[in-house]
Structure formats: structure tokens, C-alpha cells
Design a protein around this ligand. Structure first.
Ligand SMILES: Cc1ncc(COP(=O)(O)O)c(C=O)c1O
Length: 384
């Protein structure tokens, strides 16, 4: 835990858990206590903590070549780009690799501006896209928009999450693009209606604007398919992936169409660390584990089990559920932070959200039915 003598800036509220090891859905502290992780290090531990195949791939690549920048080609970068494309909707065929969710979104916004020659974006109420100046400008929330204003960024037009007609009328030929998370993370796994995504596609096609899906949190197999785009049946022009992509090493991707790629030339984008060989090795191993261990199917099965089990606790305990796959929100009658704290006494880690009544679950995609049962049992006790 941070103390006043810490040299770190005190920007994070931290939970009282001090892990020294991780394995699957479990963290272990120095006292030998095991903690069930239904938070996944913020949806990052896609294959579980320290999956042996991911760890082995990292070790092997680190021993062979720790790093060289994109100034030199490296086959592992090509392999990863091909593997990502193979997992995405067919129209998305080109990849740019960077290092974090915000950086991927920043580049997607940059590309949309460049391709259209326009500046302004439409985004969705409750949407959260990062902490760089451009991503703050499309993020909802006064605190974040204030940061964008200080940086002189034009704020996006925010439209309601459940009103396709307003979205349709907001996108005209001055708009560079629409950015949205198909399943919003920070609002507590709020799954946007498919009609809204379809309206966004139609509006962008009509106005010549770019549709951007921020799948930093809801992508990589978390919401019913490798991309939420696929699970909704709506394909954007630009899609960003991050968090779970390498099971914990920093890497992110902007995935786009041949048509947009044709407008990009050497030197238009760049990143020193982007596509470094070690994160690429971790990401390749992550994608192989997701496929071989059928983790997308598991996320659907266990997600449904959690959702049904939570609702079976009764309307006095659970008001409703939201989300898809293993990005789930449980709407409670009590403040979610109280329930999160009570679950910590059962040594279970969960997340809160910007909605004070919604508890957020984003465990590893390998979370098992028996682990879900442990969580449901603890929830039943905490909520009684
Ligand atoms: C939907 C979404 N977009 C973007 C980001 C920013 O990602 P990062 O913290 O890796 O910059 C996050 C992080 O929580 C996110 O959930």
C-alpha cells in the first residue's frame, strides 16, 4: 500500500491486497493467503495469472532478443499482426502496434482526422477512452473533459447511450468519426444496444465519417467473440485492442481496413516500443491459449452462469445484470464499494464502476464454474 513516504504520486486508490505470486484466477500474498481474482488486474489477465505458455514465450523471446525497435523488421511482429487480423472481422486487415489503450485510441482518432480532414468526434455518454489529451476530449465526465479543455482539445459531442435517433442526427459532414465502446467498461459493463451500434455504422457511412470501436476492455474474447464487433455483428473502420492482448505485458493494437491503410504512408505513425518482440511473443501465446483452451466459449458459459446465479439470489439482493460474456455488471441495492469491501473479507477481489450501485466483474477468461460458485456463495452471504 502507498504510504506518505512513497516516491510514487498518490494517484491510485488501492485495495489492501499485496500479491507476490499469481496462478490462474488466484493471487497469493506473502502470508500464503490465496485471493480469488474476479477483477483480473483490470481485465488484463485474459489467460489467467502467469499462464505457463505465456510465461515460457516471454522467457524464450527475452533470451533470444529482448528488444529492437521498428527500425528493423522482425518476424514476430508480422506473425502477431497476421494472428490479430485472423481473429478480427474480415474487413479489418491491417494492424498498427502500440503500447497502451489510450495510445491505441489516440492513434485511431488521429487516423480518423487524417482520413476525413475533419476535427470533431461524436462519442457516447458514459464512454471512457483514456487519459491523453485527445482521448480525454472524447471521454465523458467533467473531470476528464476539464483536462481536455486545459489542453485546448475540441470536446466531442456526447450523445445518449440508448438513443439511436439522436446519434444519427448528430453525425454530419463536419464529424471525423464516432468512437464508442460496444460494452462500456467504466459505467459497469453497460452493453450498448445493438440498434445504437447499427445507427453509428449508418451515420458514419452516410456522412463519410469513421466508426471507431474502443475494445480496449471489451475485446480479446471477453464479450462473446474475439471482438465485441463480431458479437454485435457491426464492423467499425478502426478497432482498438489492449488490456488482455498479451495477458499482462503492455501492448495494444489499432486494426483497420485496407481502404484506410492505403492512405497511410511511411512516417505517418510511430512508436519506439510499439511491437517490441517480448510483448509480441506474449500476445501470440495469449491468442494461441485463447484458441486452444476455448476461452471465448468458457467466458460465455461462465458469464451466463454468473449472471443466472446472481439473478437467482433474488431481486432483494440483485436488481439486474448487464454486460456480455465475462464483462459483467451487477446492479445492487447497496453501494457497490461496500459490497466490494465485504467481498475482500472473503478474499475475493471485484471492481466498482462510475455507477455507485454497480459491481463490476472482469475475471480471467479461464475463470471456472467452481470459482464462479465461490463468488456467488460469498455474494449471497455478503448481501444477506
Ligand atoms: C475502454 C477503455 N479505453 C481506454 C482505456 C485506456 O487504456 P490504458 O489505461 O491502457 O491507457 C481503458 C482503460 O481502462 C479502457 O477501459
Amino acid at each position: 500500500m502507498l504510504t506518505s513516504s512513497s516516491a510514487l504520486l498518490p494517484v491510485y486508490a488501492q485495495l489492501p491486497v499485496h500479491p507476490v505470486r499469481g496462478s490462474g484466477s488466484w493471487l497469493h500474498d506473502a502470508d500464503g493467503q490465496a485471493w480469488l481474482d474476479a477483477y483480473g488486474g483490470h481485465a488484463v489477465a485474459a489467460t489467467g495469472h502467469c499462464h505457463p505458455r505465456v510465461v515460457a514465450a516471454i522467457r524464450e523471446q527475452a533470451e533470444a532478443l529482448l528488444f529492437y525497435s521498428t527500425a528493423l523488421p522482425h518476424p514476430i511482429r508480422e506473425q502477431l499482426a497476421s494472428a490479430i487480423v485472423a481473429h478480427c472481422p474480415p474487413a479489418l486487415r491491417k494492424v498498427f502496434l502500440v503500447n497502451s489503450g489510450a495510445e491505441a485510441n489516440e492513434n485511431a482518432l488521429h487516423l480518423a482526422r487524417k482520413v476525413t480532414g475533419r476535427q470533431r468526434f461524436v462519442s457516447i455518454e458514459g464512454g471512457w477512452h483514456g487519459r491523453t489529451a485527445a482521448t480525454l476530449a472524447v471521454t465523458d465526465g467533467e473531470k476528464y473533459m476539464a483536462g481536455a479543455r486545459r489542453a485546448g482539445m475540441p470536446l466531442s459531442l456526447k450523445v445518449p447511450w440508448n438513443d439511436p435517433a439522436t446519434l444519427l442526427s448528430a453525425v454530419d459532414d463536419t464529424i471525423a468519426g464516432v468512437i464508442l465502446e460496444p460494452v462500456q467498461g467504466l459505467t459497469g459493463a453497460r452493453d450498448l444496444p445493438v440498434e445504437l451500434l447499427r445507427a453509428a455504422r449508418t451515420a458514419c457511412d452516410r456522412a463519410g465519417a469513421m466508426l471507431i470501436f474502443d475494445e480496449v476492455q471489451c475485446g480479446v474474447g471477453r464479450c462473446g467473440a474475439f471482438t465485441a464487433a463480431e458479437s454485435y455483428g457491426v464492423t467499425p473502420d478502426l478497432l482498438t485492442l489492449a488490456k488482455g492482448l498479451a495477458s499482462g505485458l503492455p501492448i495494444s493494437a489499432v486494426v483497420t481496413t485496407d481502404a484506410i491503410a492505403a492512405l497511410i504512408k511511411s512516417g505517418d505513425l510511430g512508436s519506439t516500443f510499439g511491437g517490441g518482440p517480448v510483448p509480441c511473443a506474449a500476445a501470440l501465446a495469449t491468442l494461441a491459449v485463447i484458441d486452444d483452451e476455448k476461452l471465448i466459449e468458457n467466458a460465455v458459459t461462465v458469464g451466463n452462469h454468473l449472471r443466472e446465479g446472481a439473478l437467482a439470489l433474488g431481486p432483494k439482493k440483485i436488481v439486474s445484470t448487464q454486460g456480455r460474456g465475462l464483462l459483467l455488471g451487477l446492479r445492487l441495492h447497496r453501494p457497490a464499494v461496500e459490497v466490494q469491501t465485504a467481498l475482500l473479507r472473503h478474499q475475493i477481489i471485484t471492481g466498482t464502476s462510475s455507477d455507485p450501485q454497480v459491481l463490476r466483474l472482469m475475471p480471467p477468461l479461464s475463470f471456472s464454474i467452481s470459482e464462479a460458485e465461490l463468488l456467488l456463495l460469498a455474494l449471497a452471504q455478503v448481501l444477506s
